[in-house]
Design a protein around this ligand. Structure first.
Ligand SMILES: [Ca+2]
Ligand SMILES: [Ca+2]
Length: 264
């Protein structure tokens, strides 16, 4: 092996060392071990969740009371990515996900409503919401889950008024790196519709789940997890550290050059 080959080899080894923000391995989520949580609001039928495509796609097909298809793993230290699509023109209600799930009454809820709706339960405004549901273990009520303003057991952390469209695929990313901050990004194709970075420590771990309230024909697909997420709040790259690293590389290369020259 000649000198330039060795220098190239060292360079490639140094470049391949994982660094902050490096892309880790993503693992497709097998939904077959997930379980259904059904809230009996006595308003509509139960949800019906079905799996397809080798247990990677879940469809909730009923205009139903609120329900969750709940993971068997905690979100702590994970980046979760996936897609939703509503495959009907009928209705305008909620799809989304829960995370930091502790029990039936305590979790973070991200929900997304297509249209404004006044209802005996209250007013639900179109758009995405991030809520802390904290009942202390009892089931949330229809009022808790319906109102955009929240309730005595539901605190609204974020809200926008962006509606979802039918037959449109949306991609979302939840980064729950375990730092006490987390981020939620929603995209339509290359367009970023929302990006929330949230400091909240109501729940520092807990399960993840697909959420549905009163919206049929919602397809949840392509979910992956990654266990080495980039930091939610990246530390600015230190120019000092970068300089030290570059200097080390130059010294190492020149030492090898000298050694090769001495041996030749
Ligand atoms: Ca509706
Ligand atoms: Ca409905």
């Amino acid at each position: 092996m000649n000198e330039s080959k060795i220098v190239r080899l060292i360079g490639s080894v140094l470049i391949s060392v994982p660094s902050l923000g490096a892309v880790g391995s993503t693992v497709p989520v097998d939904l077959s071990s997930w379980s259904v949580v059904q809230y009996e609001l006595f308003d509509q039928p139960d949800a019906r969740w079905s799996l397809s495509a080798g247990n990677t796609v879940a469809t909730q097909s009923v205009n139903a009371d609120a329900s969750i298809l709940l993971s068997d793993f905690s979100v702590s230290g994970l980046l979760i990515n996936g897609k939703w699509r509503v495959d009907t023109t009928s209705d305008d209600d909620f799809m989304g996900f829960v995370f930091g799930y502790q029990d039936r009454g305590d979790f973070y809820l991200f929900d997304w409503k297509q249209g404004n709706q006044n209802d005996p339960l209250g007013f639900a405004e179109q758009g995405m919401s991030l809520k802390v549901v904290k009942t202390g273990g009892t089931d949330p009520t229809g009022v808790d889950l319906w109102r955009s303003a929240g309730s005595s057991d539901v605190t609204v952390l974020r809200h926008n008024t962006i509606p979802w469209n039918e037959f449109t695929e949306y991609e979302f990313t939840l980064n729950f790196d375990g730092s006490g901050s987390f981020s939620i990004t929603v995209r339509e194709g290359a367009t970023e519709l929302e990006n929330w970075v949230v400091d909240d420590s109501a729940f520092l771990g807990g399960k993840f789940g697909f959420y549905n309230y009163s919206q049929g024909d919602v397809v949840y697909s392509g979910f992956t997890t990654r266990d080495d997420p980039p930091p939610v709040k990246p530390v600015p790259e230190s120019s000092t550290l970068v300089s030290i690293g570059a200097l080390g590389f130059v010294i190492l290369s020149s030492r090898i050059r000298r050694r090769l020259a001495a041996n030749s």
